[in-house]
Design a protein around this ligand. Structure first.
Ligand SMILES: Nc1nc2c(ncn2[C@@H]2O[C@H](COP(=O)(O)OP(=O)(O)OP(=O)(O)O)[C@@H](O)[C@H]2O)c(=O)[nH]1
Ligand SMILES: [Zn+2]
Length: 355
């Protein structure tokens, strides 16, 4: 049986308990989610669970629903292994994106319709995110930068994993490219399949901590998870539902327990990675660009034809690449659109809920 503490429980969550409901509500960790079905692990046992009707009625936004990593208060249905989720305890942090156009649940009396401007929380209560990228045809700097902006929005600790070193003739070229944009985050070349370069990762795998693997489909997230869990199976022979080898499926989010006591969340590769962040988050990923922009002679410089434009001269002299600068602009435009859409959405939403 897992203790709450070993799953990251501390005073932050304890203080959110409702004393009058102590007998009825069990604190539990959400370890997997499949549509509206959840798996919970608690000190009273493992349960399958759904949210209550009242929960559903009160939930206004996608982010109100439980996600993997959450602590919830659940009511065990006697003589079954089912439970009802009454409440999601406030999250320490989370990793989110803008809800994809194609997805999104229809909420409460149709208040929210398709194409919603909403935050979709992927995982919560995270200690470190590992942004993975392959050193192969899938190598994509812009993707890494986008994941970084999303992670910075919640001030998450970032480690960048460059996978498939075994396929790569010149890993140092990838490494230096990524180090240039990593803003001081650790960049590790690894092979998930061949278990190369794992030692620095193990430093993050500490009891009660949660690490999350992010990255496009095919970068090797599941392979890394399996490689890490295989070690566990060999050394401890645990057969718990959530720590076994070969249980993994990338169609839904799931949290696994490693023998170190660390929790690992593998996420399915996200095709649509729309930003859910603010300009400050972007600026903290692109400090090099921001510093240069600040040096322009005119504060309203458009960085095109003005004299003494620091951006133009930085690009001309190779201090930053034009591509890097343009990727910054692309994200900036996307965030401006998001801001507008959020405003529209809030207006529409508040009008309707006043009716
Ligand atoms: N050569 C080599 N291949 C690898 C390595 N890691 C993963 N692969 C291969 O890359 C492919 C994709 O790996 P997955 O682990 O399924 O990728 P994923 O990121 O989990 O993908 P999704 O589940 O679709 O998000 C598989 O064929 C793996 O065998 C590696 O270190 N070296
Ligand atoms: Zn300028």
């Amino acid at each position: 049986m897992k203790s709450l503490q070993s799953m990251g429980w501390d005073s932050f969550f304890f203080e959110q308990l409702i004393p009058s409901k102590h007998n009825k509500y069990i604190p539990a960790k959400v370890v997997s989610q499949h549509n509206d079905r959840y798996h919970l692990v608690s000190e009273q046992g493992d349960f399958t669970a759904k949210v209550t009707g009242k929960f559903r009625f009160k939930a206004n936004h996608l982010r109100d629903y439980p996600v993997v990593g959450d602590f919830v208060l659940a009511e065990h249905i006697e003589e079954s292994n089912h439970a009802l989720i009454h409440m999601v305890l406030q999250r320490k942090n989370c990793f989110s994106r803008k809800a994809p156009i194609s997805g999104g649940r229809k909420m409460k009396n149709g208040v929210i319709e398709g194409g919603i401007t909403e935050e979709q929380v992927i995982v919560s209560n995270i200690d470190t995110v590992f942004i993975m990228c392959g050193m192969d045809g899938n190598f994509n700097i812009s993707r890494i930068e986008r994941y970084m902006t999303l992670a910075k929005h919640q001030r998450l600790e970032i480690v960048i994993l460059l996978n498939k070193i075994d396929l790569c003739d010149k890993p140092e070229e990838y490494l230096s490219q990524v180090n240039e944009i990593a803003g001081g985050s650790l960049v590790l070349p690894i092979s998930a399949a061949n278990k190369i370069g794992f030692d620095p990762i193990l430093n993050y795998m500490v009891e009660g901590k949660t690490i999350v693997f992010l990255g496009s489909s095919g970068v090797g997230k599941s392979t890394l998870l399996n490689s890490l869990l295989e070690q566990e199976v060999q050394t401890t022979n645990q057969t718990s539902n959530y720590s076994g080898k070969g249980k993994h499926t990338t169609t839904h989010r799931q949290l696994f327990f490693h023998h170190s006591g660390c929790m690992i969340v593998d996420t399915p590769g996200m095709k649509e990675l729309q930003l859910w962040a603010e300009n400050g988050d972007l600026d903290s990923v692109f400090t090099d660009v921001v510093d240069i922009v600040a040096q322009c002679k005119f504060s309203n410089c458009t960085h095109r034809t003005e004299p003494d434009c620091a951006v133009q001269s930085a690009i001309d002299s190779g201090v930053i690449s034009r591509e890097r600068y343009e990727r910054y602009l692309t994200q900036q435009r996307e965030l401006s659109r998001l801001k507008e859409k959020k405003k529209e959405y809030m207006q529409k939403y508040s009008k309707r809920s006043k009716r």
